[in-house]
Design a protein around this ligand. Structure first.
Ligand SMILES: [Fe+2]
Length: 313
């Protein structure tokens, strides 16, 4: 595919240092004063200051310069201006508060975590020793930012921008498109677009090694702020990923996820798995109980809307 990776996100918040402290506490590395990364990928979350919390830039990777030419032409056909030069295309999302940057770039490969030996019924693979899941003293660090979810005032128009302009592919649609899962890599989704009264970020998602890494990191978050758990642990239906949704110290929801469906053959997925009629309440294969209401819309949406309006005047 022309697009092949989500490289990183720029997140703008009133107090970026609070997020630096939070994410380094969970094992991300500060690779420059305003950038958080991982051992494999030094830039995952770039932080900037803004009076209101929002994604300010989305950086994607494509294969070669001809992809940029194609994207620029498709955007022009949609009436969206872009600039291009030195292997980088940039445009503003016409319906949201962030720029989209597409670069001719490679996403560095991810180091495979050392496999945990697991016992299953009828298959005793770990005997006479304790599981590292039980005795590992420190949580495994986050591995990469995998997706972002935006609340949109016109989901169909935003889907058209990302699918027909930027070149994302649609993996699944809820109720004919009211919620649309899109990918720019082999991940089932790198973006979900869903309705909201004002453009906003619903959540950003960080991939973890496995369910134990999710559990250990999430527990550290709730140990400090017990009210920060929004939903989880559970397993989604669309994307099939394990999830735990929590709030960061700037009120932004993030998801710790693992084990997402991967799509390497677009035609096979389209023929065998794609559906556009998912029930809006098809959320989890299993879950500990219902989500808090801010799973669907930030609890501070009114303040966000006010601060956004003031900042953009
Ligand atoms: Fe998610």
């Amino acid at each position: 595919m022309a697009l092949h990776a989500l490289l990183d996100l720029e997140l703008s918040v009133p107090d970026p240092d609070a997020l630096v402290g939070f994410w380094t506490g969970l094992g991300m590395e500060r690779t420059d004063p305003t950038t958080l990364g991982t051992a494999d990928r030094p830039s995952q979350l770039r932080l900037a200051e803004s009076p209101y919390r929002h994604v300010s830039e989305l950086r994607l990777a494509c294969s070669d310069e001809s992809d940029l030419v194609d994207i620029r032409a498709r955007l022009a056909a949609l009436g969206v201006d872009s600039t291009m030069g030195d292997g980088v295309l940039r445009c503003a999302d016409p319906l949201a508060d962030h720029d989209v940057v597409v670069e001719v770039a490679e996403a560095p490969p991810l180091t495979v975590p050392s496999g945990r030996v697991v016992n299953r019924p009828g298959e005793l693979a770990r005997v006479n020793r304790r599981s590292s899941a039980a005795v590992r003293p420190t949580p495994a660090p986050p591995r990469r930012v995998g997706h972002v979810v935006f609340g949109c005032t016109d989901v169909a128009a935003s889907v058209a921008f990302y699918r027909d302009g930027i070149g994302f592919k649609v993996s699944d649609s809820v109720d004919g498109g009211i919620g649309t899962f899109l990918r720019c890599s082999t991940d089932h989704h790198n973006m979900l677009l869903m309705p909201a009264p004002v453009p906003c970020m619903n959540h950003y998602a960080v991939e973890m090694d496995d369910v134990d890494a999710i559990g250990l990191a999430g527990m550290r978050v709730v140990a400090e702020r017990p009210e920060s758990s929004v939903y989880g642990i559970g397993r989604h239906v669309l994307g099939a990923n394990l999830f735990w949704y929590l709030l960061d110290p700037q009120g932004g929801m993030f998801e710790l996820f693992a084990d997402m469906d991967q799509i390497t053959d677009d035609d096979l997925w389209a023929a065998d798995e794609y559906r556009d009629d998912w029930d809006p309440f098809t959320i989890a294969a299993w879950e500990p109980g219902p989500s808090k209401p801010d799973f669907f819309l930030p609890a501070d949406i009114d303040q966000l809307a006010e601060a956004r309006a003031a900042a953009r005047r």
